[in-house]
Design a protein around this ligand. Structure first.
Ligand SMILES: [Zn+2]
Ligand SMILES: [Zn+2]
Length: 149
């Protein structure tokens, strides 16, 4: 598996790997929950089907309600606190892996920005890619996509 990518939390209790050919897309999310979860201006996440992610270690999850009414479960290491991945409870077969936890993320290209309406001036959205001012409606898009798997 030449295209195997790996990542882990800061203390190493949680690690994961996947084949980067399986990545669906990648996004910056500027929503307030992602800002709080990361302590930064945005979360950078990549979408990949759960079945392609090999996860080692036990994530702790914190669940919050997204603006679309779905329930977002953010998984993190209970020892060092690193956020590793999230998923919507309603669509548990798609993981949103936090790109910053990859050992090498140089290959990643970002497709779009979510929730630009809550972006901060000190971390302004990249206008050269597609911008959604709120929820991109990606959930319905993913449901369609999943039928093709
Ligand atoms: Zn850790
Ligand atoms: Zn977000």
């Amino acid at each position: 598996m030449n295209n195997k990518e790996t990542g882990n939390c800061q203390c190493g209790s949680i690690s994961y790997s996947f084949n980067k050919d399986k990545v669906i897309s990648a996004h910056h999310c500027h929503c307030k929950d992602c800002q709080r979860a990361t302590g930064s201006g945005k979360a950078t996440i990549l979408f990949i089907a759960k079945k392609y992610v090999e996860l080692n270690g036990d994530l702790k999850f914190y669940e919050s309600k997204g603006s679309s009414g779905s329930h977002i479960r953010r998984g993190f290491c209970s020892n060092c606190g690193s956020g590793i991945l999230s998923y919507a409870k309603e669509i548990p077969h798609i993981f949103y892996v936090k790109a910053g936890t990859l050992n090498d993320s140089s290959w990643l290209t970002i497709d779009s920005n979510f929730f630009t309406k809550s972006a901060n001036d000190w971390n302004a959205p990249d206008k050269s890619i597609k911008c959604f001012d709120g929820n991109p409606g990606i959930m319905s898009g993913i449901k369609t996509l999943l039928k093709s798997f």
